[in-house]
Design a protein around this ligand. Structure first.
Ligand code: SAM
Length: 225
C-alpha cells in the first residue's frame, strides 16, 4: 500500500543523502520503531527538501530543526512513532494533520494513506509546504490556512487525526471529527512536560486512551498566525 515517490523527487541528489537516510532508518529501528512501511518511507523521503539550505548537512540527524517563525520540523523518530501509532489498527483512508509546518509529516502520511488533509496557522509556512508537495508530485494532500483546533468539518469524519503541536487538552472539535473507530495521536501537556496520547474510538461513542511516552513539541496556538 506504500505509494513510492516519483523518481523526479530524488533527481539531482547525491549518494551522500541516500547513505545518510539509510543510517537514519537503521537508527529508527534500533530506537524501537517497528513498522517497516514507515521506516521505508523515511528511508526514501528527502528530508533536506523540507528545510533551509543552510541546514542541509543536518537533515538526516535524528533531531528537530528550525523552519522559521519559531517553528520546527519534528524529530524523525517522533514522526515515525506517531505515524506507526496511527496505522497500528489498520490503514486509515482519510487523515487530518493539525500543524503542517514544513510539510514533512504530511508527505510521510501521503506516501502511506490515500488522502491527507493538513491545516497550518502560519500562512508563509503553508505556502512553502504547498510548493514542496507540488515539487514532489503529490496529489493526495489538501491543505488550508486556519486554526487547526477547529479541524476541517466539511471533510469529517477522519479515520485518523494527528496533532503536531502540544495543547493542554485535546480539542473536542477534533474528537467530534473522528470516525467511530478512528485513532487520534497528540502530544498533550505543558511546554516542560508532555505525553504522547492516543485516543481510539470504541465504535460506541467512547474512547480508549493510552499514553505512548514523553515527547517535546512546540505549543498549539490559537487563532490564525
Ligand atoms: N508536522 C510538521 C512537520 O512535519 O514539519 C511539524 C510542525 S511544528 C512541530 C508544529 C506546527 O504546528 C507549526 O508549524 C505551527 O505553526 C503549527 N500550529 C500550531 N498551532 C496551530 C493551530 N492551532 N492550527 C494549525 N497549526 C498550528
Amino acid at each position: 500500500n506504500v505509494h513510492p515517490l516519483p523518481p523526479s523527487a530524488l533527481k539531482g541528489e547525491g549518494m551522500t543523502s541516500q547513505r545518510a537516510r539509510d543510517r537514519l532508518a537503521t537508527k529508527l529501528k534500533e530506537e524501537g520503531i517497528r513498522d517497516q512501511r514507515v521506516i521505508d518511507v523515511i528511508r526514501n523521503l528527502p528530508r533536506h527538501h523540507f528545510i533551509d539550505q543552510a541546514l542541509h548537512s543536518r537533515a538526516y540527524e535524528n533531531t528537530a530543526l528550525p523552519i522559521g517563525h519559531g517553528q520546527t520540523i519534528s524529530q524523525p523518530w517522533v514522526v515515525a512513532r506517531m505515524t506507526e501509532a496511527l496505522l497500528e489498527f489498520g490503514m486509515p483512508q482519510k487523515v487530518l494533520e493539525v500543524g503542517t509546518g514544513s510539510g514533512y509529516q504530511a508527505v510521510v502520511l501521503a506516501s502511506l494513506v490515500p488522502q491527507v488533509f493538513t491545516v497550518e496557522r502560519i500562512e508563509e509556512l503553508l505556502r512553502q509546504a504547498r510548493r514542496r508537495f507540488r515539487q514532489l508530485g503529490l496529489t493526495n494532500i489538501r491543505s488550508r490556512h486556519d486554526d487547526g483546533k477547529l479541524g476541517w468539518p466539511d471533510e469529517a469524519p477522519f479515520d485518523a487525526i494527528i496533532l503536531t503541536a502540544a495543547g493542554d487538552a485535546i480539542p473536542t472539535q477534533l474528537l467530534d471529527q473522528l470516525s467511530p473507530t478512528g485513532v487520534l495521536v497528540a502530544p498533550v501537556g505543558s511546554p516542560s512536560h508532555q505525553t504522547l496520547i492516543r485516543m481510539r474510538g470504541d465504535g460506541q461513542g467512547d474512547f480508549i486512551q493510552e499514553e505512548l511516552g514523553a515527547v517535546s513539541f512546540v505549543p498549539l496556538l490559537g487563532g490564525i498566525g
